[in-house]
Ligand binder design. Structure first.
Ligand code: PEP
Length: 249
């Protein structure tokens, strides 16, 4: 079975009820590739609204979740609360949280574990900074980030994970990775899945690319063997998101 193409739309901290409703309505009425899985990720206050407005074939993801089930954790959101709102996915480990909020590999791995234990699908974001790329440590960095999650998850639990390779230097910068750069890291991630997890995980886990994906560059990237879709930030707020969803048509 080929891996299903997966497109996530990360709205980040953008939008209010009106604009989010109109983005979702635009997606509802667009002709989307029926073979693609589409999951949008609005800011937390609008998760419920997005779930209510979006067609059933469009998934909705939180941008973050906490690793504890409940209690005195002001400002955090639990897996159970997401499930209660019929939100079936969450992003974890986005570089903006790793860098700005200093989230560690271990903390992120615990959140991946809590989300998967609670039945959520996880878009698990990994990627290197520009400094790390320039010092040739890209593969070492993504391997370290993956190993942290592997310590927490059972081999079977990887079935609930989509890995988003997002080089930090490409996020929101307009500087997209070349098709060769993306394919090289995606292939290394798949090799890691085969060696550290299982042959099934290597075959079945979607590895998607994120970092300045647009309607202009998506088609070339989508042709690469190990690019199974995209995590889209800025462009997911625009009508061009539909073209990215349809980049394999
Ligand atoms: C992201 O937020 O995950 C992202 C890839 O952003 P952008 O597409 O704007 O670079």
């Amino acid at each position: 079975m080929p891996r299903q193409f997966f497109i996530g739309g990360n709205f980040k901290m953008n939008g209010v009820a009106d604009s989010i409703t109109s983005i979702v309505n635009n997606l509802n009425s667009a002709k989307l590739d029926p073979n693609a899985e589409v999951v949008i990720s609005p800011p937390a206050p609008y998760l419920s609204l997005a779930r209510q407005v979006a067609n059933d074939n469009i998934g909705v993801a939180a941008q973050n979740v906490f690793d504890k089930p409940n209690g005195a954790f002001t400002g955090e959101i639990s897996v159970e609360q997401l499930q209660d709102l019929k939100i079936n996915w969450t992003l974890v480990g986005h570089s903006e949280r790793r860098v700005l909020l200093k989230e560690s590999d271990e903390f992120i791995a615990k959140k991946v574990k809590a989300a998967v234990d609670g039945g959520l699908g996880v878009i698990f974001c990994i990627g290197e900074t520009l400094e790390e790329r320039e010092s040739n440590s890209t593969i070492a960095v993504v391997t370290r980030q993956l190993n942290a999650a592997a310590k927490e998850l059972s081999k079977e639990q990887w079935a609930k994970v989509v890995i988003a390779y997002e080089p930090v230097w490409a996020i929101g910068t307009g500087k997209v990775a070349t098709t060769e750069q993306a394919q090289e890291v995606h292939a290394a991630i798949r090799k890691w899945l085969g060696e550290a997890i299982s042959a099934e995980a290597a075959d079945n886990t979607r590895v998607i690319y994120g970092g300045s994906v647009s309607e202009k560059n998506c088609r070339e990237l989508a042709k690469e063997n190990d690019v199974d879709g995209f995590l889209v930030g800025g462009a997911s707020l625009k009508p061009a998101f539909v073209d990215i969803v349809n980049s394999r048509l």
